[in-house]
Design a protein around this ligand. Structure first.
Ligand code: NAD
Length: 351
């Protein structure tokens, strides 16, 4: 397949591009605006591979998107480009509406114009895969059943509201125009090349440097944590096998409280690189909570696992061990980012 993939220099997009180049014969046109969250280094060997082309463009630029469809004639779209950090959406929501809502609208319109002019067989096999989050479903209480594809939408932050809006647009383009779309809603990811403002990389880096480890509230907020390479594999299976009109809720069945996450990172780092000053748990500090902090997200991934013949391969301990080792081995990358863009002691717990 020729795949037009947006946001391929971000955390998850780059994992998908690496997976496409390493494990499939598909070619990929990677459309990325190269915001603060993008890193060409994350493409690794895909960066110069003949089946990968990087185009710097804004998904909200309709004319640019129309030109890309005409030039590259994709057989599938994987739409990952987004503003993705909840804390940033609270401080400055405008860019979230622009990229996540207006950008998705422009991409859908460019895709629809191109798809309508295809011959019947190409129209039938074309796929538009929209990548979204479980945060659109709102928050769970401790005893609530996990989210499924049938859970009603109830977004609470500017980030999740903008993603919910984009999900609605994508489904409307299916029902109204027949565009062959499907949506994946996935739980929190972690792993290599994760920008150092989100919870797991932030805590790992602070722990490596012997700094304080800030934890929101009492640390009891829970997330279901999926290793990014497992997610990339699920997304590629979905673009190959996904059925138009469907939704796939993707998760790892690895729920952990934020405090458990931080304690696991400390334990693994103590094991890999002992600190003469003692166990890193001494660095944990509880700080005032994020406004409107959703308590718990968790996915029941049964439908996606059965229909895509996929299951997360990493349990949380193995994924964290690989992640901590990766941050130990890639200090040049995150130290350069911290010097250039890191806006002080920011926290993240969400996508
Ligand atoms: P990220 O912030 O790491 O990367 C986003 C990428 O999109 C960056 O490379 C950025 O330059 C690019 N981009 C931003 N605005 C753009 C624009 N206007 N035009 C073109 N490119 C633009 O995000 P991520 O964590 O890799 O998330 C990717 C997608 O997966 C998002 O849609 C996000 O909502 C979704 N998601 C993320 C998680 C998670 O845990 N990170 C979980 C579920 C779903």
């Amino acid at each position: 397949m020729r795949i037009l993939l947006t946001g391929g220099c971000g955390f998850i997009g780059s994992a998908v591009v690496r997976h496409l180049i390493r494990a499939t014969a598909h070619s990929v046109v990677n459309v990325d605006r190269m915001t603060y969250a993008a890193s060409e280094d994350a493409l690794e060997e895909a960066r110069t591979h003949e089946r990968h082309t990087l185009v710097r463009a804004d998904v909200a630029d309709l004319a640019a998107m129309q030109r890309l469809f005409a030039e590259h004639r994709p057989e599938a779209v994987m739409h990952l480009a987004a503003e993705s950090h909840v804390d940033r959406s609270i401080d400055g929501p405008a860019v979230f509406i622009q990229t996540n809502v207006v950008g998705t609208f422009a991409l859908l319109e460019a895709a629809r114009g191109y798809w309508s002019a295809l011959d019947a067989a190409s129209r039938a096999s074309f796929r538009f895969h929209h990548i979204s989050t479980d945060e659109v479903f709102g928050a769970l209480g401790d005893g609530d059943a996990p989210f499924t594809e049938a859970t009603p939408y109830d977004p609470r932050s500017p980030y999740s509201a903008s993603k919910a809006a984009s999900d609605h647009l994508v489904r409307a383009w299916h029902h109204t125009y027949g565009l062959p779309v499907f949506v994946t809603n996935t739980t929190n990811n972690y792993g290599p090349w994760h920008f150092p403002e989100k919870l797991i990389p932030l805590v790992t880096i602070n722990a490596i440097e012997g700094r304080e480890l800030p934890v929101y509230g009492d640390g009891s907020n829970k997330r279901d944590w999926l290793f990014v390479e497992d997610h990339a594999e699920a997304l590629v299976r979905a673009v190959e096998q996904g059925v138009p009109g469907e939704t796939y809720a993707i998760g790892a069945r690895q729920p952990r409280s934020n405090l458990e996450v931080v304690q696991t990172i400390c334990r693994v780092l103590d094991d890999l690189r002992p600190d003469p000053a003692g166990p890193r748990e001494r660095l944990i500090r509880f700080v005032s909570d994020r406004p409107g902090h959703d308590f718990r997200y968790e996915i029941d991934a049964s439908h996606a696992e059965a229909s895509l013949a996929w299951r997360a391969a990493h349990d949380f301990d193995r994924g964290i061990r690989r992640t901590v080792q990766w941050y130990l081995d890639h200090q040049d990358w995150w130290r350069a980012i911290r010097r250039k863009t890191y806006p002080g002691q920011r926290l993240g717990t969400a996508a």
